[in-house]
Design a protein around this ligand. Structure first.
Ligand SMILES: Cc1cc2nc3c(=O)[nH]c(=O)nc-3n(C[C@H](O)[C@H](O)[C@H](O)COP(=O)(O)OP(=O)(O)OC[C@H]3O[C@@H](n4cnc5c(N)ncnc54)[C@H](O)[C@@H]3O)c2cc1C
Length: 601
């Protein structure tokens, strides 16, 4: 799908959903807060979105869906999640649960599942077990071979949609030892099961995404026919890990959207709230906090731009892209929301208020992006494992390797470049030292400096300053390699599990994020919609990353924040998604009187 088609689809989808501040729209904040307040599953939202055809954008076109492009599904998910993360997950889980079938299923299995989904069937993804969490190789749900199929015993918990859905795609042990080749993927159909062999566990009441059905499924010898084994027996771990790579990227849409909604709430509050004879937004410290929050959201957006497109453009490297994003985005944006708490003050506590109540909901909902589909620690550990080879390549790669990485970076971060069709089976579990974002960074820095030479006045200065800050961050890779070597030498066998290795992995992720900001600018500046691109924004993005290493150092260009705030005000007033993607939101139709000033009191 071209960038123009994606923008058009998103625009039509937004118009369909309507202004969330308008109680008469299809998915208003008032109803969203009501579901959250009462822990009630959003059946009507899910049904309405299914009828619109939302699920097809996460199901392969070859077998009856409309997807070949996770970027489209990610964008649509963002638009749902800016209204309600619980509905977004409730829908996305059917797509996530289909991913194992997409990876390893037969053509017939794909067609059958998709036809049934069109007929109303919902899927859940049964990976986790209460006793084992991330420790997948100790999972205990067992599938015993019987004539014509398997019988499953054990319990999956906590699972989104376990009660609501009709089928669960289950990761179960089919081998004797619990080794890497002893697990398989099987689809349990609740409506074909003998009554006494499947039981839903009581839904839990949650802290965030409260409207989601989070429960479990207990199996007591439930029969699964051979035709519902997905992939080969023993291939389950590989399929599950690849599924997690995609799922963990998709769920990041919730983090981006949570901050989009909260940042608009805080901005509009600060514009309307008058203290000491002036709007709060004019207080330089508050104005800068809003600009910093926007810059951080745009760092996360740039990281996601490359990472989501890597599913198609660099599937062999997805293990790195998805783990970097899964660490950077929630970690950074949780801090962003904390800063917005300070801007909003007492209004953070207004739980059911139709405008401010959304912020406290987003605060709670965003937490799920930190732990579901592989928690932050699992992802840092994955980067830690690959760190020696990633750093070695980053520092010593030959010109040819860098050139190829630069070519791929132009696709990864060029929003208008066509992507190859998504083939999840091509994803690899290790990237063998390759990370196009970092390898192509010197090329993009050169392009950035060339763009600076073509720019005038302040823009020129800011692009040059941005290139300098980015280079400084990239230069951290040499010392990082030295520290990693020393740590390995010092700790020997204890190195791989040491706390210090996680620290080094965090630093690597931040350097990748800095590279992502530069790539997004140089490869998409020509196709961003006015008022983007912005040299001031790029500079502030990179400054925010630099200050993570030195929190009390002054900004190199303190005035950049003022310009970034003006940009944020414009995007908000023009109803644009706070993103590099040029997405226009639903028209404002909320009845008069629903204005921030009146509510701010
Ligand atoms: C709203 C929601 C929806 C969910 N939906 C689903 C679903 O649809 N399907 C599904 O299968 N699961 C689902 N889960 C479960 C989720 O994926 C689990 O949270 C995940 O498996 C991690 O398990 P855990 O949080 O229990 O953490 P554990 O794996 O028990 O880890 C506990 C803590 O140990 C620490 N730790 C230290 N070392 C490590 C290490 N090496 N690796 C990991 N952690 C380490 C971390 O701080 C971690 O938080 C859902 C969870 C939530 C909250």
């Amino acid at each position: 799908m071209s960038q123009a088609e994606l923008a058009d689809l998103a625009r039509r989808f937004e118009q369909y959903l309507g202004d969330p501040h308008d109680p008469a729209s299809r998915m208003p904040f008032t109803a969203v807060l009501d579901h959250d307040e009462h822990d009630t599953f959003p059946y009507a939202f899910v049904g309405m979105l299914r009828r619109w055809g939302f699920l097809d954008y996460g199901l392969p076109a070859e077998q009856g869906g409309k997807a070949g492009n996770p970027e489209t599904g990610f964008t649509l998910m963002r638009l749902v999640a800016r209204r309600d993360g619980a509905t977004a997950i409730a829908l996305g889980l059917t797509q996530a649960a289909f991913t194992p079938v997409w990876i390893a299923g037969t053509d017939e299995q794909k067609r059958r599942q998709i036809a049934d989904i069109h007929g109303g069937v919902g899927l859940s993804w049964g990976l986790s077990e209460a006793a084992h969490g991330s420790d997948l190789l100790n999972n205990e749900v067992v599938a015993e071979r019987v004539p014509g199929g398997y019988r499953l015993t054990g319990e999956k918990w906590p699972i989104g949609n376990a009660t609501y859905s009709d089928r669960m795609v289950v990761f179960a042990r089919t081998g004797p030892r619990g080794g890497a080749g002893d697990y398989s993927i099987l689809v349990v159909d609740k409506w074909r099961a003998e009554a006494e062999t499947v039981r839903e566990t009581h839904p839990v009441r949650q802290h965030g995404v409260r409207a989601l059905d989070l429960s479990g499924l207990r199996f007591d010898g439930v029969f699964v026919p051979d035709s519902d084994l997905v992939g080969a027996e023993g291939q389950g771990l590989e399929i599950a890990l690849k599924t997690s790579q995609t799922a963990r990227l998709v769920i990041l849409s919730l983090a981006l959207s949570g901050v989009d909604t909260s940042l608009r709430t805080a901005l509009e509050f600060a514009q309307g709230r008058v203290l000491f004879d002036r709007p709060v937004v004019d207080v330089p410290y508050t104005g800068r906090q809003l600009a910093e929050s926007f810059a951080e959201l745009m760092i996360a957006d740039a990281v996601c731009l490359g990472a989501v497109r890597s599913l198609q453009a660099s599937p062999a490297q997805v293990s790195v892209w998805s783990s970097v994003a899964k660490y950077v985005v929630p970690t950074l944006l949780e801090e962003t929301l904390s800063r917005l708490n300070v801007v909003l003050g007492a209004r953070v506590f207004l739980r059911t208020h139709p405008r401010f109540g959304m912020h406290q909901k987003m605060l709670r909902d965003l937490l799920v992006t930190n732990m579901a589909d592989g928690n932050t620690v699992v992802n840092l550990r994955n980067i830690g494992h690959q760190l020696p080879s990633l750093l070695q390549q980053a520092l010593t790669a030959e010109a040819g390797v860098r050139g190829e990485a630069a070519e791929r970076a132009a696709v990864l971060y060029g929003m208008d470049t066509e992507l190859p069709t998504y083939r999840p089976a091509l994803q690899e579990l290790s990237s063998r030292g390759m990370d196009d974002a970092v390898l192509a960074a010197p090329d993009s820095l050169e392009r950035l400096r060339a763009l600076a030479e073509e720019a005038a006045d302040k823009d020129r200065d800011r692009l040059l300053l941005a290139a300098g800050v980015a280079e400084e961050l990239l230069d951290r890779l040499g010392p990082l390699r030295e520290r990693q070597r020393l740590l390995q030498a010092d700790l020997g066998r204890g190195y791989a599990h040491s706390a210090e290795l996680f620290d080094l992995a965090q630093e690597y992720c931040l350097v990748h994020a800095a590279a992502a900001c530069v790539h997004a600018y140089v490869h998409s500046h020509g196709v961003m919609a006015d008022p983007l691109p912005s040299p001031a924004l790029l500079l502030l993005q990179l400054e925010r990353l630099r200050l993570r290493f030195a929190p009390y150092e002054p900004y190199r260009d303190p005035d950049a924040a003022e310009e970034v705030l003006a940009l944020l005000v414009r995007l908000d007033s023009e109803n644009r998604l706070l993103s590099h993607w040029p997405i226009t939101l639903a028209d404002r139709t909320a009845p008069a009187g629903d204005v921030p000033r009146a509510e701010a009191r």
